[in-house]
Design a protein around this ligand. Sequence first.
Ligand code: ATP
Length: 333
Amino acid sequence: SKRVAILTSGGDAPGMNACIRAAIIACQKANFTLLGYKHGYNGLLQQEFIPLSLDSTHNLIQQGGTILHSARCKEFKNREGLIKAADNLRQAEIDTLIVIGGDGSFRGAAKLSELWDGQILGIPGTIDNDIAGTDATIGYFTAIDTAMSSIDKVRDTADAFERIFLVEVMGRNAGFLALNGALSAAADYVVVPEFFESAETEIKKIVNQIKAQRALKGPVSFIVVVAENVWPNGLTGLTEALQYHNINDVRPVTLGHVQRGGSPVAQDRLLATTLGEFAISLVGSDVTNIMVGEVNQRPITVPLPKTWEETKPLNQARVDAMRTLMNERYSCD
Ligand code: ATP
């Protein structure tokens, strides 16, 4: 019988608990022992683990966050830290380590595999969806929903005051959340890193669109969704750039960490459940140093390095739709 350990690392994401639940139940069925390391890789370094049994699964599927807690772990980035983690895994007689997290967590897992010869399986859990080799990551769908409903609310007040609102959406260095949040909430403009040339070109387009709208209809609301880490100096920089063009009625809104919370939507629960179960089905097989993911609704395995070495493109049809709809408002209205 196998001894499996699981941990959640990096930014928490809705659906991580659903994934843990699936792993618990699948382990129970397979007669594997499942341990949960707490606080990401810190738990691995401190040998801080708890047994996970069916008692832990009650009402777990709908809970946001992660019952194992998550964390960043500086020490794990050093060789001494990795050696200690490998020693601890040997001491706890772990056969398989499952890491639910983002690309940083996978980089760490891949480094660990050089020092530990147990099986390592990654499961993509991040709201950013910035992991290649899987169509979606656990937490992404819920975060789109949160961004969408937040932008809807901003729209209400933007409309009431006929103001310009800038809404910053998370995503690390990728525009998945910003694009899909903007498209689903019918924002007027979206700035994503994938298509960002320069602040000068971008500001010209934004100003032109606002002016065209106002020439046609008088005062109107206008919502610009901006992916984080793309505009120089963030929303402050963009607000100042607009002021420079005599557009002064601008309100910045940073959605921030609300995007990481909440009960997972159905799609995240389904992805998390499928991937949790699929990962456990691989325990004891000779695949290792891989991530499990889903492509076209089928579970797949991808070598860990591929998940960060390859750049995952935005869905082109969504990009086209956003472009058409952004422009159509001004040419057709
Ligand atoms: P998210 O993108 O959702 O925040 P993430 O997994 O990418 O998730 P990171 O903070 O980048 O989050 O990484 C989580 C942890 O993984 C780090 O705190 C560190 O312990 C470990 N880690 C990251 N990069 C490396 C690396 N190059 N080598 C070893 N460990 C790493």
